[in-house]
Design a protein around this ligand. Structure first.
Ligand code: AMP
Ligand code: MN
Ligand code: MN
Ligand code: MN
Length: 280
């Protein structure tokens, strides 16, 4: 299927750390001209049924998805699953286990922020949480912006919530093997999300790609709102070299929070095979 379709295979709703309900995310995507759309909430499939109904009513091809948090080589990496059966028991159990530590981590983040002089951050972040199982650093970021501690969300991550900063709490997520295994067991396709965002050197990144491939992973994101424009051709070349299919998505979280305006996100570069090439 051609590159002419407008495809967005990475979006968040308030079921994870987005701000809009799944049906409202579908409307936003449709208004932006999207033909093929996936909701990929962090570690959670609870929004998929609502998203599917809304997408179909709006005339979009719907793709069920999820974005799983894993720990690989001591770093947090995200693995997107597409075309999953979101009712698959093994996948659902794996995601529930992945979510289980989030509330406790949230309390620890609040304790660290309190030491840095920011009070009541747990309660403050909770006001932004749509799903009590899914407290995210993004909710803390929105609270710190609301409080005027930082001007915007990237600024909060830079000053407080990234590794080495006062509000950072290390966390152990799922393994790469588990995440790819759950996705494949549920009939889905595993995709490395925004590979250009991790702090790996070329050699470590190569090991990640090789391991992912050996486990049955088949795609990487090439054009994503979480890449810089110079990373689009770079990751297109890596997709070709490793024989990965290429995915595209905005990583939309909220109106006004996008790192790249939806309209400016280009199609996949020529010479890669879109992950959706044989879907329709
Ligand atoms: P968590 O899963 O709770 O650790 O939160 C991860 C989420 O934080 C990501 O999915 C992004 O939405 C957000 N995030 C991480 N780093 C940044 C950043 N530098 N700027 C803006 N948002 C970020
Ligand atoms: Mn997020
Ligand atoms: Mn991500
Ligand atoms: Mn995402």
């Amino acid at each position: 299927m051609s590159n002419a379709l407008k495809v967005d295979l990475h979006c968040h709703s308030n079921v994870s750390d987005g701000v809009l309900a799944p049906a409202a995310v579908a409307q936003t995507a449709r208004k932006a001209g999207v033909d093929v759309w996936a909701l990929t909430d962090h570690d959670e499939i609870d929004g998929v049924a609502e998203a599917r109904a809304a997408a179909q009513a709006l005339g979009m091809q719907f793709v069920s998805g999820v974005e799983i948090s894993i720990t690989w080589a001591k770093e947090t990496v995200h693995i997107v699953g597409l075309q999953i059966d979101e009712t698959h028991a093994g996948l659902c159990a794996g995601l529930a286990a992945t979510r289980a530590g989030r509330d406790n981590r949230g309390r620890q983040i609040a304790a660290e922020l309190a030491k840095a002089g920011i009070a009541d951050a747990y309660e403050g972040a909770l006001k932004f949480v749509g799903n009590p199982d899914l407290m995210s650093r993004t909710h803390f970021a929105r609270y710190l912006v609301e409080q005027g501690v930082c001007a915007n969300i990237p600024d909060v991550f830079k000053k407080y919530l990234s590794e080495g900063k006062p509000g950072y709490v290390p966390h152990r997520w799922a393994t790469l093997e588990d995440a790819v295994g759950w996705i494949r067991a549920a009939g889905g396709i595993a995709v490395i999300a925004h590979p250009g965002r991790y702090k790996f050197n070329d050699m470590a990144q190569g090991v990640l790609f090789d391991e992912f491939k050996q486990l049955g992973g088949t795609a990487i994101e090439v054009v994503t709102g979480s890449h810089t424009p110079d990373q689009y051709p770079e990751y297109a070349e890596l997709a070709r070299r490793y024989g990965f299919l290429a995915s595209r998505g905005t990583d939309f979280h909220a109106p006004g929070e996008a790192r790249v305006d939806f309209a400016l996100l280009p199609p996949l570069p020529a010479g890669v095979t879109p992950v959706w090439h044989d879907w329709f």
